[in-house]
Design a protein around this ligand. Sequence first.
Ligand code: SF4
Length: 246
Amino acid sequence: MAREQGPGSVRAVQAGAPEKAPSAARAPARAAQPIAAHAAGPASEELRAKSEELVRQATACKNLKELASAVAQCTACALCHTRTQTVFSAGSGSAGVMFVGEAPGQNEDEQGVPFVGRAGALLTDIITKGMGLAREAVYIANVLKCRPPDNRDPSDSEKALCTAWLDRQIELVAPRVIVPLGRHAANHVLGRDSSMGALRGQVHERQGRKVVPTFHPAYLLRSPSEKKECWKDIQLAMRELGLPVK
Ligand code: SF4
């Protein structure tokens, strides 16, 4: 899931340079939907009640430190039984840009840090070589805070519950721009169900914040020819942030 694979600067690929060798090693509510609206079907009442309780707990957290502590104790879904630890965030809590992936992978679960390993190295290249920022100057999180076993896709109910934490993270960090990484994260952040082709290459809005979806770094490692498209998305985000685009 941070679903792995290795470095290679977006700028470098844009310039036609070969991908580097792999290195070691991964809301305010949905735009127009309340968190509880994720719930549907026969188990909806229980899910809704759990979701509302998580929202209550998240809202009670006055800062990111309190929120991280609450997340570390969360047992709202079954992923608490298989995680090594929760994976809350990396970077600055006052960042102007927030990257959001889907869920921790094996390396993230082991280290407790989002976007480590090969996909993480590529994200770091995008941030440092592409955007000219330090990785520590941006904020990085996932929709889910616990690793799904065998890196399976998160279930709808897991996302419906865990989004309370992400939503509060977004409120507390208050980034100007959110960059969801991959289709699942982008659809979750925007409350949509669209293809990546329909999502990326444009600036969306979610509760007054700009949202610029792009490919997940793990996908870029499998499909390096798409890095030039990712670079276009990153340039869009940079313009929204007022960063110089060369
Ligand atoms: S994935 Fe989210 S909702 Fe499920 S136990 Fe972990 S922190 Fe809680």
